[in-house]
Design a protein around this ligand. Structure first.
Ligand code: GDP
Ligand code: MG
Length: 177
């Protein structure tokens, strides 16, 4: 019935992964609270943040997991990935090495979660135009080769942040509904 539909609950677990200092925590704080932290503080790392979103007129809750800086110690546990249906794989467009490491993060993701996890490759810090080391074309090409969505974002100036999360959640919804 339509009553059942109204109370139907969607809760999707989405994980943020990628090298240290690429801007994962700030993407989440920008998205969930419209806040940006100019200096990196591991203390801003929360376990997860639940964010309500509307997709096709349905209320969806995205439970977005952020590392509390464990990626520095290569100590992200399998519990972090467990049950994830979406992932944002983030690199920093001003640091080539963080882009090279994307394949490692994908390996880890696929070791710990379902192969069908919806993935978007996120080139963050697009505001730092003069310091760019990774071209948009290279980002797009990698995403295409690995079957990921692709977007460039700035947690600092907010560009494409909502779109990055929405793209993943909308695709999950489309697959599951
Ligand atoms: P995490 O380790 O991946 O969670 O990265 P953080 O969110 O802690 O960010 C690391 C540093 O990069 C901090 O100093 C942030 O202020 C900065 N930062 C994050 N996102 C952006 C961005 O889009 N543009 C710029 N210019 N700096 C950013
Ligand atoms: Mg962080």
């Amino acid at each position: 019935s339509s009553e059942d539909e109204q109370t139907e609950d969607y809760l999707f677990k989405v994980v943020l992964i990628g090298d240290s200092a690429v801007g994962k925590s700030n993407l989440l704080s920008r998205f969930a609270r419209n806040e940006f932290y100019p200096s990196s503080k591991s203390t801003i790392g929360v376990e997860f943040q639940t964010q309500k979103m509307e997709i096709n007129g349905k209320e969806i809750k995205a439970q977005i997991w952020d590392t509390a800086g464990q990626e520095r110690f290569k100590a992200i546990t399998s519990a972090y990935y467990r049950g994830a249906v979406g992932a944002l794989v983030v690199y920093d467009i001003t640091r080539q090495q963080t882009f090279e490491n994307v394949s490692k993060w994908l390996d880890e993701l696929h070791t710990h979660s379902d192969m069908n996890v919806v993935t978007i490759l996120v080139g963050n810090k697009s505001d730092l135009k003069d310091a760019r080391e990774v071209s948009t074309a290279d980002g797009k090409a990698l995403a295409e080769a690995q079957g990921m969505f692709f977007i460039e974002t700035s947690a600092l100036d907010s560009s494409n942040v909502v779109e990055a999360f929405q793209t993943v959640v909308r695709e999950i919804y489309n697959i599951l509904s």
